[in-house]
Design a protein around this ligand. Structure first.
Ligand code: HEM
Length: 158
């Protein structure tokens, strides 16, 4: 069908993909719900990451407070703009290049995504579903692709 953009990022000019708008709504509702819980999902994410991959801890500052805040804000921004991804290209490009400077390699991204999904799953309890996991995996894949694309010297503004 000649669709060249990620379906989650349907901007309204493509037709026949109503499920994608629903997916965006689900991801937005999920993040709002997660961030309103007592359990700090982002704190849990880093805890899971460092238990599973202790070798990555040294990349981060001792005090994770700022990193957690920025990660929270970045996720909120990306999810808010899922319908208009072109507005994220510059910010995700900057973020991707910053990660390269910190020693983050492409193979770290799927590792971090798995840990974030696990933290979300554990925080969500019975609110979690296979559909939501799929929605989140697609969302994170698109975010990571945009971060990595900028590092590969590809045009991140398209
Ligand atoms: C979904 C993908 C990711 C997102 C949205 C994300 C988000 C962020 C944000 C917003 C910051 C703060 C940037 C700033 O200071 O302006 C950050 C910092 C950082 N992230 Fe990520 N990140 C992602 C993946 C990863 C991965 C895969 C790693 C590898 C382990 C990683 C390691 C780091 C490190 C080392 C820092 C810098 C900490 C510091 O020195 O302040 N991130 N990340």
């Amino acid at each position: 069908m000649g669709v060249t953009r990620h379906p989650l990022f349907d901007d309204g000019h493509l037709s026949g993909v109503p499920a994608d708008r629903a997916a965006i709504r689900r991801v937005r509702a999920s993040l709002a719900w997660l961030l309103a819980q007592k359990t700090d999902v982002i704190g849990l994410f880093y805890a899971v990451l460092f238990v599973r991959h202790p070798e990555l801890r040294g990349m981060f500052p001792g005090d994770l407070g700022d990193v957690k805040c920025r990660m929270r804000a970045a996720l909120a921004l990306c999810v808010a703009r899922l319908h208009a991804p072109e507005t994220l290209a510059e910010e995700l490009g900057r973020l991707g290049r910053l990660h390269v400077a910190r020693g983050v390699r492409p193979e770290h991204y799927p590792v971090a995504c798995d840990c974030l999904i696990e933290a979300m799953h554990r925080t969500s309890g019975s609110e979690w579903s296979a559909e939501l996991e799929h929605d989140w995996r697609e969302t994170l894949r698109v975010i990571c692709d945009a971060m990595l694309r900028a590092c590969n010297g590809e045009d991140s503004t398209r």
